[in-house]
Structure formats: structure tokens, C-alpha cells
Ligand binder design. Structure first.
Ligand code: BDR
Ligand code: CA
Length: 317
């Protein structure tokens, strides 16, 4: 089976970490590298977290390149309240051993895309700073970006405290605008679908039973789920992993094509993703937007992914 070549651009982050776990387990994907964004925590912290996850998974072969240390035009805005001081509070990860790439995230991505023999899929799960910079600096590579499957935005709901904006878009709205008007096909997994694509609070034990990677996912869900449990939410949203799950099995999601633009001027709504949901405005579609998911099958996919890491360990014992 031909694997889909992907570059992951992330800001780990508990759900980014789970997205990485899912991607690196899949036989359908070929992860060409991981680049880091400043979002859930500072760039130093998100980069160390990406390295820690790969080290935990025994994947020193995955190249990791550090991204820009701030959004394009707006101040750094982190999410310690959700992800803790380290950006990945809760489970203890090993210290990174494999060195970072010498080049920056954007140069690294450009080289990978340039040398690929087929279009590469970008999978951003943090603010879109690096992706927008790539588009601006390497316009000749745009045709070689197959699609951008991103976690960000929301069409009918928001939870950032700034109107209907979602964290990743709100942190760097100008970058998001560049991406959404780039002409590259976009798959948008926003809060409309990711808020409900959850690990149930009572499902964490199943993950623990799936081995050390499953236990890590349960521990990540423990920390990230605190706030959600407090407000009586239906489970722990695994926002970022929806992007990877879509690439592995698109039938898990109901999608709708529409035009999505970024609000860059609203006093209370800056960073909102404004979707022409019913086509009433007649704006040409630029995104395929996640509307709903088959949560049970998503959890099954994730559980199998966790268990797949254990295969072989038994023989080694
Ligand atoms: C997004 O914000 C971050 O905190 C998560 O990692 C996810 O990418 C959800 O709004
Ligand atoms: Ca993220």
C-alpha cells in the first residue's frame, strides 16, 4: 500500500501528542517530519515536547525542526491553563536524545516538499504561523502541497473567550487568513467536530489495558480532561488527532464543503472562522469542513493504534 506522505506541524500539547502517536502507528501514512509551532506553550517547550514524544515512542528517526517563536503579527499567547506549565503536564516523558534539525521548520518543510516525488499533505495542529510563512516564502511549492488537513476554527461554536474563535486560529489569525486564501485544498477539523470526538471518562481504563502507549494516552487524557470533567463535558476531546484519523479513515467523519474566511477586524470576534454554511453568500468553497464523527469507531482506531506499539515487545521480553 502506498503511504500518504505527511508533514506534521504541531504545538504539543496533549492532543497534539495523541495525533503524533496515531500518525506514527499508521501503515497508511509516511511521516516525513515534525515541525513545531508556538501555541499551547512557547516554542522551546512545544519543541521539547515533540522530541519527548518521539523519544518515548522509540522514533529517533523522525526529523524534528523548530518553528518560529511568535505569531506573525500578534503577541505570543499560550494555553498553560489547558496544557500546564510545560505544555504537556501530567505524564513524565524521557529527555530528548535525537538532535533537532539544524534548519528552521519552514526551510525543513520546503526541502521535504521540493524533494518529494508526489504532493505532500500538511497536517497543522497548532497556530498556522509556519504554514503561512511557507506559503509566502515558497510560492512555487504551493502546487506540491496536496492538501492541508488542519485542526482549527469552528463554524458554529467557539471556546476561546473571544467570540466564536478557536485557539489555533485566534493565536495567529493573520497566518490563518494566508492559509485559507492560498488556494491549497483545505480540510478543516474545527471544534464543531473535535469537541465531540472524545475519549469517554470511563474509557481511559481500556487505554491503560492497551500497554505503555495506551497508558500514556490515558495519562494525557487525565490531565487535559480535568477542565472538561469539571464542566460536565461528555469526555476528553482529542481535537488534533481528528486530522490524522481523517487521513487514515475519512469514513469516520461527515464533511461539508463551504467557503471559510477569517475575521481579522472584529473587536470581539477576531480570529473567528466564518463559514458560508448554506452557501447563502455564494462564496466559492475553499474548505471541506468536519461536521460530525463516529466517536466509537474513532476510539477503536486510537485503541488499536496504541496496542500496535506493544506488538513485538512481548516477543522481546
Ligand atoms: C486546539 O487548541 C489547542 O489547545 C489544542 O492542542 C488544539 O490544537 C483546540 O482548540
Ligand atoms: Ca494543538
Amino acid at each position: 500500500m502506498k503511504r500518504i506522505p505527511i508533514l506534521m506541524d504541531c504545538d504539543p500539547g496533549h492532543d497534539d501528542a495523541i495525533a503524533i502517536i496515531l500518525a506514527l502507528s499508521s501503515e497508511k501514512l509516511n511521516v516525513l517530519g515534525i515541525t513545531t509551532a508556538c501555541g499551547n506553550q512557547t516554542i522551546e517547550k512545544t519543541t521539547k515536547n515533540a522530541q519527548g514524544i518521539c523519544e518515548f515512542l522509540g522514533r529517533r528517526d523522525i526529523p524534528i525542526a523548530k518553528g518560529r517563536n511568535a505569531p506573525l503579527l500578534t503577541p505570543v499567547y499560550t494555553a498553560g491553563i489547558a496544557h500546564g506549565e510545560s505544555g504537556l503536564d501530567g505524564p513524565k516523558l524521557p529527555e530528548p536524545v535525537a538532535p533537532l534539525q539544524e534548519e528552521s521548520a519552514v526551510v525543513f518543510m520546503a526541502k521535504k516538499i521540493e524533494s518529494a516525488d508526489e504532493p505532500v499533505t500538511l497536517v497543522p495542529t497548532g497556530p498556522l504561523t509556519n504554514i503561512a510563512t511557507l506559503i509566502l516564502c515558497y510560492p512555487h511549492l504551493i502546487p506540491k502541497i496536496g492538501q492541508i488537513v488542519l485542526m482549527g476554527g469552528s463554524i458554529v461554536s467557539g471556546c476561546s473567550g473571544r467570540g466564536a474563535s478557536e485557539f489555533n486560529i485566534m493565536v495567529d489569525p493573520y497566518a490563518a487568513d494566508i492559509v485559507f486564501t492560498s488556494g491549497v485544498p483545505i480540510v478543516m477539523m474545527g471544534l464543531d467536530v473535535t469537541n465531540y470526538t472524545t475519549i469517554g471518562f470511563d474509557e481511559k481504563e481500556k487505554f491503560r489495558a492497551a500497554g505503555r502507549v495506551g497508558t500514556l494516552v490515558a495519562d494525557l487524557a487525565d490531565f487535559f480532561g480535568r477542565g472538561f470533567e469539571m464542566v460536565g463535558w461528555c469526555g476528553v476531546p482529542v481535537h488534533d488527532a481528528c486530522t490524522v484519523a481523517y487521513l487514515i479513515d475519512p469514513s469516520l467523519f461527515t464533511m461539508k464543503e463551504m467557503n471559510v474566511r477569517i475575521d481579522l477586524t472584529g473587536e470581539f470576534t477576531m480570529g473567528s472562522t466564518v463559514g458560508d454554511y448554506c452557501g447563502a453568500e455564494g462564496r466559492e468553497a475553499n474548505a471541506l469542513v468536519g461536521i460530525s464523527s463516529d466517536r466509537e469507531r474513532f476510539v477503536e482506531l486510537l485503541l488499536n493504534a496504541c496496542a500496535s506499539y506493544g506488538k513485538g515487545d512481548k516477543e522481546d521480553e
